[in-house]
Design a protein around this ligand. Sequence first.
Ligand code: KG4
Ligand code: ZN
Length: 477
Amino acid sequence: MLAQGFSISRRTATAATTAAATSLRWRLQPTYNRPLSSTSSESSSESSPTTESDEDQQHLIERLKRKQAKAAAKAKAKRQKFLGLAKAVDRGQFSVTYQPGGPNGDAFQNKSGLPTLSLPFTVLGIESSCDDTGAAVVRSDGIILGEALASQAEIHEEWGGVVPGLAKTAHEENLDQVIELALSRANLTIDEVDAIGVTVGPGLEICLRVGCNRAKELAIQHKKPFVGIHHLEAHILMARLENPDLQFPFLSLLVSGGHCQILKCMGIGRYSVIGGTLDDSLGEAFDKTARLLGLPVGGGGGPAVEKLALEGNRTAVPLTVPLLQRKDCDFSYAGLKTNVRRAAEKLVMERGVELPSELPRGDKADIAASFQHIAIRHLEHRLKRAISNVEDEEIKTLALVGGVAANMELRSRLEELCENHGWSLAVPPPRLCTDQGAMSAWAAVERLKLGSSDEPDGQDVYARYPFSLSAENNQDS
Ligand code: KG4
Ligand code: ZN
């Protein structure tokens, strides 16, 4: 999916900042600036440092400084409170957390609703958490029998980001067709599938609701077991669909449009976030870089940046690796994004063009390659730390998952990193890294195999849906 929201264009932002500064100056002038800067003889005779009005001014300036310091401290405290929360790094603040197996993850009820788990079964999976409507039928041995995906890339392209209302309407328009197509490709009818799985969070609430409501209707109408899927767990579990030997526990690097996390994966429903982003996700950083360079962003800007980066020199634009001094496993991409924008603006001046999107292709390729290189370097740095954190545990595998895991440069660099540490890398094929229906179906297979399903009637959707075990584990991260 694409990162949500829109950036104000550089010109608009500059104009807005200048206007704000002007209006602030204007408001300050009557109290401070005018007497201090006055040059008239009348006012200079009145402006000896000992006059009452100067003391008043001094007093007011002090008061303003104190007020500003107080506001800055308040903002800092607020930021610290929400640090890491931006992308749902759970530090214990959420009322709804994902815990299908109960707080310890070991309390599954034997209520999958399937007559037997000893025979192969099939699941229809539905995914509508953001801008792709996906459905697939997956068999319990991991074979994808049929799948269909309606991309909304063209709809969102002209807006430069996902517009939730448009995404919801497109899901409503496409969902039934997508489900029918997946079923017909699997050569099954809805009555012939054994269960239904659907993404219920995290994601865009109005989009999640479209898929969830339809899945609930189908489950109730056709009397099928129903499983509400955690989108991030579904990304993680895709690594097991393609690598049946991948056993818990393992580490996971989840890099998507909405998330950037390192997780310790102990079992189905048992994930501990050991590092999260303090601001932007990696997918968001790719999307913003694509937008800056005027590349297509409709289906996510990452693929366009990756393609252009192949033509560029990755050391041409000097950029700094974020958080090098921090001793935890958290990420930050906001600073890198700003550095990339500044570097592009410098080139804009040098080349005498108006905008970064008008730079010569060679410059844009250098920016793309340098950004990608440093963005991955940041991941490598944090992963090395995470790997050393679990040194004493039996973990020796890294699963690379989420939309950005489709990036070939990232895949090969992490392959090398794992090799150097005696680890193995498990990564789904690129087309199964990004959002699609098979992820919901396979995650449901995994839960059903443990004898667990949900009540369709009571199932809600959750825009924020953090893993429940993360708070305690974040204490020492
Ligand atoms: O997992 P995903 O499909 O949706 C979310 O759950 O967020 O991830 C989409 C993100 C987008 O930001 C997109 O630009 C990025 O994954 N992405 C890539 C590549 N393919 C998709 N980023 C870098 N290189 C790629 N090849
Ligand atoms: Zn996703």
